[in-house]
Design a binder for this molecule. Sequence first.
Ligand code: UD2
Length: 313
Amino acid sequence: MAHYLVTGGAGFIGSTIVDELRRRKEKVSVLDNYLTGQRENLDDARDKITIFEADIRNLESIRACFAGVDYVVHLAALPSVPRSVADPITSNAVNVDGTLNVLVAARDARVKRVVFSGSSSVYGDNPTLPRVETHCPQPLSPYALTKLAGEYYCQVFHCLYGLETVVLRYFNIFGPRQDPDSPYTGVLSIFTAAYLRRQTPTIFGDGEQSRDFTYVENAVEATLQACVAPHAAGKTINVGAGGHQTLNETIRLFNKIFGYDVRPQYAPPREGDVKHSFADISRAREWLDYHPRVGFEEGLRKTIEWHRSLNTG
Ligand code: UD2
């Protein structure tokens, strides 16, 4: 049994990782300050894991969480491009200073490996598609820049201190537990909530922007592989589904699944928004033996079911 510390473990991706680790009978600790994470996401696991309520912006308050830990899955972050445009200082403090603190604490506690949740946003509007990890980053928003800085810190800690780090560039992860009530949540969560409430979804821009929407179970699989894969240390690896959908296409799929036609309203594009995003996942296949199992439509149906269960249960 290995000991995993999941920072941001009360969040959408983090709590799904916690549940999978518990299913695999691993020892689990969670570090979260509940700024964006939800306590109820840990309801099933609460009695069997250790939960530290602390803030990664305060190094001394988090050191104790790392004692005896083998693997750190570092997900604690402030997501969202528009949030970072509105408040770059806080996004930087959590995503950059917080990540540096996590790396220092992990190094000092001699953990075996840190897996960092990077973001596809670092590619920005680099015109070459699909995105390959060797492409030059072109961050367009403070959020993207914070995630790129986190990557570089991981690489420096690997080279300088010998701390094993793996950077995963997540591509638009979606699924159950992605907060339906936050204005900064993912677009599929927002659209699902709108359909269930019979409200008109808003598309920022012409709807022809595309994303490699990746179901959360696929990301969990890649992340846990990254903890133990022998050749992953020091690497930066895309975690996507390897496909892409425009927002207009997703609306057509929503209309099919819900069985009625909704016409979205269109609004000006969001500042800092990327136009197209689509992952080359060759490295993930090679180094993580990663094969996304849940396709886009299946994942979307599961996500909608979860939203429905919230409304009925
Ligand atoms: C970025 C990253 C993603 C992840 C995420 C964390 C890219 C390509 N992806 O996601 O990997 O790190 O940040 O927050 O940078 N939109 C609408 N209507 C809405 C809400 C959103 O049209 O009501 C649009 C939005 O303008 C964008 C697309 O939907 O073009 C996706 O937005 P998002 O907020 O779900 O995720 P995104 O791509 O900023």
